[in-house]
Design a protein around this ligand. Structure first.
Ligand SMILES: Cc1cc2nc3c(=O)[nH]c(=O)nc-3n(C[C@H](O)[C@H](O)[C@H](O)COP(=O)(O)OP(=O)(O)OC[C@H]3O[C@@H](n4cnc5c(N)ncnc54)[C@H](O)[C@@H]3O)c2cc1C
Ligand SMILES: NC(=O)C1=CN([C@@H]2O[C@H](COP(=O)(O)OP(=O)(O)OC[C@H]3O[C@@H](n4cnc5c(N)ncnc54)[C@H](OP(=O)(O)O)[C@@H]3O)[C@@H](O)[C@H]2O)C=CC1
Ligand SMILES: O=C(O)C(=O)Cc1c[nH]c2ccccc12
Length: 384
C-alpha cells in the first residue's frame, strides 16, 4: 500500500495532524497499536484527572471547545471533545497496528513501514512519502530498578494503571514520585481512606491551577522571568515555606524549568494541605525492599500493601523508527530546539514531542501540515 502521509499514533497529536492535513486536502492514514484513539486518556489515566491547563490552552486545531465546557476540562469531557473531533474530520485510524520498523529508502525517497497487525499476528507493509511520529512522550511507564523490588509481597503498579483510591481502602500504600501524577494519586488514595506515604527525592515547584492560568496568560505580555517572579511570589504567598514538610523549591522558576527542561510544575489539588495535616506522610528515597518492608535512606523501615510508581514515562519511538537520527536524538527527544523541533530530514516529522502538552501538539500539527503542502506543491510543479 502506498500512501502520501503515514501518521503513527492516534492520540491528540496524530488526530490533530490528520485534521490539519485534511484542511489542506492532503490525504493521510493513521496507524494505531491500540483498539481505539486517545488511548492514553481512555485507558491509561486515573478517574479524577482534569486538564491542568485551562481549555483555551488545550484545544486542537480547527475546533474550539463548546461554550458550556468547564474551564478545567475533566477527563471524560476531554474524551467527548476528541470524539467530536474525530467525527468532524471523519478520522478512521487503522487500529491494532503496531509499527515495528520504519526505514527510509534513499533511492526511492520513500519510507518503508512494517506493521504488526495485532489481531491477525501478520506483518503488513506500508510505503509513504512522508512519515509523522505521533507516538507521544508517555509511551511506556518507567519503573526504576530497586534492590528487592521483584520480591515485594504486595501489589506493584505504575501510575498509568492506577484508576482510583477506592481500590485501596484500608490499605497502606507508598507512592513513589512527586510529579503531577504522584501528588494527585496520593491525594486520591488519602481521600479513599488509604494510609498514604509519598517518596519525594528532588526539589519541585508547587503551584495551583489559578496561578498557572494567570502565568500562562501573562506570558503573552511579559517576559518569562517576570512571569516566573509573579508566579513564584503568588505560590509562596499561597503555600508558605514548605521545607519542614520535605518539599523544596528548585533554583529555576516554574516556567523557566518547563521551557528549558520540560519539567512541569506540580499543580496542587489538595495534597499539600494533607501533607501539612500529617495525613499524607513524606518519605525520602528508597534504598531497598525486603518482602513487604521498604527501607528508606534515613534508615526507617515501613511495611506496605501496595507500591504505586508515579516515576514518569519513556518515549519508545527510537525502537521502531530505525532512522531516528533524521529527527530524534538518542534521548528520544527532537534534535532541533523548539520551535524548529517538528521537522527532520528526509520527510520525517514529529508532533507532540516538545514537552509542551496539548498546546504544543496543536502548534506542531499545524506546522507539519503547512510544511507538507509546500513540499507537495513543489514536487507537483516539478512533475508538470
Ligand atoms: C496522566 C497524564 C495527564 C496529562 N494531562 C495533560 C494536560 O492536562 N494538559 C496537557 O496539555 N497535557 C497533558 N498530558 C500530556 C499528554 O500526554 C499530552 O497532552 C497528549 O496526550 C499527547 O498526545 P500524543 O498524541 O502526543 O500522545 P498520546 O496521547 O500518548 O498518543 C500516542 C498514541 O500513539 C500510539 N502508539 C505508540 N507507539 C506506537 C506504535 N509503535 N505503533 C502504533 N501506535 C503507537 C499509542 O498507543 C497512543 O495511542 C498528560 C499526560 C499524562 C500522562
Ligand atoms: N492533570 C494533568 O494535567 C496531569 C498532567 N500530568 C503530566 O503528565 C506528565 C507526566 O507526569 P508524571 O507521571 O507525574 O511524571 P513526571 O516525569 O513528571 O514525574 C516523575 C516523578 O518521579 C520521580 N522519580 C523518578 N524516579 C524516581 C526514583 N527512583 N525514586 C523516587 N522518585 C523518582 C521524579 O523525581 P526526580 O525529579 O527526582 O527524578 C518525579 O518526581 C507531566 O508532563 C505531567 O505534568 C500528569 C498528571 C496529571
Ligand atoms: O501537563 C503538562 O505537563 C503539560 O505539559 C502542560 C503544560 C504546558 N505548559 C505548561 C506550563 C506549566 C504547567 C503545565 C504546562
Amino acid at each position: 500500500m502506498e500512501e502520501v502521509v503515514v501518521i503513527v499514533g492516534a492520540g491528540p497529536s496524530g488526530l490533530a495532524t490528520f485534521a490539519c492535513l485534511k484542511q489542506l486536502n492532503i490525504p493521510s492514514i493513521i496507524l494505531e497499536r491500540e483498539d481505539c484513539y486517545a488511548s492514553l486518556w481512555k485507558k491509561r489515566a486515573y478517574d479524577r484527572l482534569k486538564l491542568h491547563l485551562a481549555k483555551q490552552f488545550c484545544s486542537l486545531p480547527h475546533m474550539p471547545y463548546p461554550p458550556n465546557t468547564p474551564t478545567f476540562v475533566p477527563r471524560v469531557e476531554f474524551i467527548k471533545y476528541i470524539d467530536c473531533y474525530v467525527e468532524k474530520f471523519d478520522i478512521n485510524p487503522k487500529y491494532n497496528r503496531s509499527v515495528e520498523s520504519s526505514i527510509y529508502d534513499n533511492q526511492a525517497k520513500k519510507w518503508n513501514i512494517e506493521v504488526r497487525n495485532l489481531v491477525t499476528g501478520r506483518v503488513e507493509h506500508f510505503v509513504a512519502k512522508f512519515l509523522v511520529v505521533a507516538t507521544g512522550e508517555n509511551n511506556k511507564g518507567y519503573i526504576p530498578k530497586i534492590t528487592g523490588l521483584e520480591g515485594f509481597g504486595g501489589d506493584i503498579l505504575h501510575s498509568s494503571e492506577f484508576k482510583s483510591g477506592k481500590e485501596f481502602v484500608g490499605k497502606k500504600v507508598l507512592v513513589i514520585g512527586c510529579g503531577n501524577s504522584g501528588m494527585e494519586i496520593s491525594y486520591d488514595l488519602s481521600n479513599h481512606g488509604a494510609s498514604t506515604c509519598i517518596v519525594i527525592r528532588s526539589p519541585f515547584h508547587i503551584v495551583n491551577k489559578e496561578i498557572i492560568w494567570l502565568g500562562m496568560n501573562l506570558l503573552s505580555y511579559l517576559p518569562l522571568w517576570l512571569v516566573d517572579y509573579i508566579t513564584l511570589s503568588l505560590a509562596r504567598l499561597t503555600y508558605g515555606n514548605l521545607t519542614k514538610y520535605g518539599l523544596h523549591r528548585p533554583a529555576g522558576g516554574p516556567f523557566e524549568l518547563k521551557v528549558k527542561l520540560g519539567r512541569s510544575p506540580v499543580i496542587d489539588v489538595g495534597t499539600v494541605e494533607r501533607i501539612k495535616q500529617g495525613k499524607i506522610k513524606v518519605c525520602p528515597e528508597i534504598t531497598k525492599i525486603e518482602k513487604s518492608n521498604v527501607e528508606f535512606n534515613n534508615g526507617e523501615v515501613q511495611q506496605f500493601d501496595a507500591l504505586v510508581f508515579a516515576t514518569g514515562y519513556q518515549s519508545t519511538a527510537n525502537e521502531w523508527l530505525k532512522d531516528y537520527d533524521f529527527i530524534l536524538g538518542k534521548d528520544e527527544m527532537p534534535k532541533n530546539k523548539f520551535p524548529s523541533h517538528w521537522k527532520g530530514t528526509n520527510a520525517v516529522y514529529c508532533t507532540g514531542l516538545s514537552q509542551r502538552g496539548l498546546a504544543g501538539v496543536s502548534f506542531d500539527a499545524q506546522k507539519v501540515a503547512d510544511d507538507k503542502i509546500a513540499l507537495i506543491l513543489k514536487s507537483n510543479k516539478r512533475k508538470n
